[in-house]
Design a binder for this molecule. Sequence first.
Ligand code: ASP
Length: 226
Amino acid sequence: MDGKTLRAGAVASLKHIKNPINLARLVMEKSGHVMMDGEGAEAFAAANGVELVDQKYFYTEERWQALQKMKEAEKRGGVGGKKFIVTDQDRHGTVGAVALDKNGNLAAATSTGGTTNKKAGRVGDSPIIGGGTYANNATCAVSATGDGEYFIRSVVAHDISALMEYRGMKLQEAAQMVLDKVAKLGGTGGLIAIDHDGNIALPFNTSGMYRGHVGVDGEFVVEIYR
Ligand code: ASP
């Protein structure tokens, strides 16, 4: 999402797109639509010269094992117990980015394979504009990770922006308030956000969240746990 123009592009239910964010951008710039999914989105990609890859490209041993673990846990009636230490890493694999440029423009992008062991056809919060992703130059840019269903229901990314816009809240306070709302419903996760002044907020209610940031001083900070 482009915070200057409030234009947005999103794709979902893809099987062969190597770089979905590039396709989301193409949807934003060239399709006349905001969101495209499945075969139609892939046909649009092919027609516009986007690289399509065999599904084998997406295979990794780590994710395969995580899926097996989740399936086994499901069979035995749920996660938990000694045999099924299902970690946050097993359950999620989302990558998000938010940025502020020197002209004051904000942007946000989120890419995910969705939650592990989801049902076919399930779409999470990542491509939902206002749910897992949002950017507005007047307020902030947000990208979320976690139990997508709760993030959609709480309209997380837009809610943070709205608290800043209509209530004059600061980013950190707004982000925490909305994440607390998610937690109250029973959802876990976190988010990364940056406002129009370059302030950042990286709240999460899980044991950890892989995260990093870099400011004008050029110093990279990378963290996992609290
Ligand atoms: N939020 C993503 C989804 O629900 C999953 C994740 O962040 O790992 O699809």
